[in-house]
Design a protein around this ligand. Structure first.
Ligand code: SF4
Ligand code: SF4
Length: 321
C-alpha cells in the first residue's frame, strides 16, 4: 500500500545527549524533533516496545494522520513503505564536545558547558542493535554532534560498523584530528566524510572557526583524499555578513579541488535562514545560484544541498509557481 511517510518515521533513530528521537530535521514549519525516549543516558533500548510504538504511528500515518511536527517537511513522500521491524537511518549525535569554535554552532552559547557536558558511551547500544539484528546492513549511519573524532569510543565504534559491513557511514568531522578509522573506512569505500570549512581563505576560516587550524584541516583532507575510494565533501555554510562573497566561495571550490576532492556540500546558517526565510536578500540568491549552477567549472562532480539550502530552493520554486 502506498502512503505518505518518510524514511525516518519508518525506520529512523536519532541519539541525542538526553533523548532518543526519530530524526534531527527541524527547519520546516512543523519544527520536527519527535521524541521517542526522554531522559535517556545510553541505556539499552527495548526494541519490542519501540517497534510496537512505531506500528501504532504507522497505522495513524496510513490513515492520513501524520505527526504535526512533520508538517511541511520535504522528507515526506508517497511510497510503498516496508513495515518490517528494523532501523536503517541512524544519527549518532549524543555528544556536544568539540575542538573547534564555529560562531554559528549551538555550542557557542556556552562552550565551556558543552565541552564539559558528560556523555554516555554509545558503543554498547549500537553493538546491541547489531547483536539483535535491529540494525540493517543497508543502514545510513550519520555522525553529527560535537566532533566525533574526539569521542572516546569513536575509533572502536567505526571499526565495529565496518566489520558489520555497513557501507554507508556519514561522518561530519571538522578535520582537525586525523582518524585512522576514517582512513580505513574511506579506503573500503564505506565512509562519506563531510568537513565544513565554510571558507576559502585562512582569514575567514579563523573568523568563523576561531581556531588556528585552517592549514592542518586542508592537509588532513588532502591526506584522506589519497585513499581514493571513499567520498569526501568539503562543506560551505553560508553565513550572510561573514563569508558571503563570491570570491570566498570560488576560493573554497578551488582549494577543494587542489586537495584532491571533487565533491562538496552547501548550506545556509540555520538561525539566519529561519529569521530571513520570507525575505531572502537578492545577493544571497546570487551566491546560492552560483554554487548550485557553477560548481562543475571548478572540477567538482557533485554538490549536496543541506537542509536550509534545499528549503531555499524549494521555497523559491513554490513562489514562482
Ligand atoms: S517528516 Fe521530517 S520531521 Fe517528520 S520524521 Fe520525517 S524527517 Fe523528521
Ligand atoms: S565543528 Fe561542528 S560541533 Fe564543532 S563547533 Fe563547529 S559546528 Fe559546532
Amino acid at each position: 500500500m502506498k502512503y505518505i511517510s518518510c524514511i525516518h518515521l519508518e525506520h529512523g533513530i536519532t541519539f541525542f545527549s538526553t533523548s532518543v528521537q526519530i530524526c534531527c530535521i527541524s527547519s520546516h514549519p512543523g519544527g520536527g524533533n519527535i521524541t521517542q525516549i526522554n531522559n535517556y543516558h545510553g541505556e539499552l533500548i527495548n526494541w519490542d516496545e519501540l517497534f510496537a510504538n512505531r506500528k501504532i504511528m504507522r497505522e495513524n500515518i496510513k490513515n492520513g494522520i501524520v505527526p504535526e511536527k512533520c508538517t511541511g517537511c520535504y522528507y515526506l513522500k508517497e511510497n510503498e513503505w516496508n513495515s518490517d521491524n528494523y532501523i536503517d537511518e541512524v544519527l549518532i549525535g549524543h555528544f556536544t564536545h568539540c575542538n573547534c569554535n564555529c560562531i554559528y554552532c549551538y555550542t557557542e552559547k556556552d562552550k565551556k558547558f558543552f565541552n564539559a557536558n558528560k556523555t554516555y558511551n554509545i558503543y554498547p547500544v549500537i553493538k546491541d542493535m547489531i547483536d539483535k539484528k535491529v540494525l540493517s546492513k543497508n543502514a545510513t549511519i550519520t555522525f553529527g554532534g560535537g566532533e566525533p573524532t574526539i569521542l572516546k569510543e569513536f575509533e572502536e565504534l567505526v571499526y565495529l560498523l565496518l566489520d558489520y559491513d555497513v557501507y554507508n557511514i556519514r561522518i561530519h568531522s571538522d578535520g582537525i584530528k586525523y582518524s585512522s578509522a576514517i582512513e580505513k573506512g574511506l579506503k573500503l569505500g564505506k565512509i562519506t566524510l563531510i568537513t565544513s570549512v565554510d571558507s576559502g581563505t585562512p582569514e575567514v576560516y579563523q573568523k568563523i572557526k576561531q581556531v588556528p587550524c585552517c592549514e592542518q584541516v586542508w592537509k588532513n583532507l588532502a591526506r584522506y583524499a589519497k585513499t581514493k575510494n571513499g567520498l569526501i565533501r568539503t562543506k560551505f555554510v553560508l553565513i550572510p555578513g561573514v563569508n558571503d562573497s563570491l570570491s570566498e566561495v570560488k576560493n573554497w571550490l578551488k582549494k577543494t579541488y587542489e586537495a584532491g576532492i571533487t565533491n562538496v556540500a552547501f548550506d545556509i546558517e540555520d538561525n539566519w535562514f529561519k529569521e530571513h526565510r520570507e525575505k531572502i536578500p537578492q545577493y544571497v540568491y546570487v551566491i546560492c545560484d552560483f554554487v548550485f549552477e557553477c560548481y562543475r567549472q571548478y572540477g567538482i562532480d557533485t554538490c549536496e544541498l543541506y537542509e536550509r539550502a534545499s528549503n531555499l530552493k524549494i521555497d523559491r520554486e513554490n513562489r514562482l509557481k
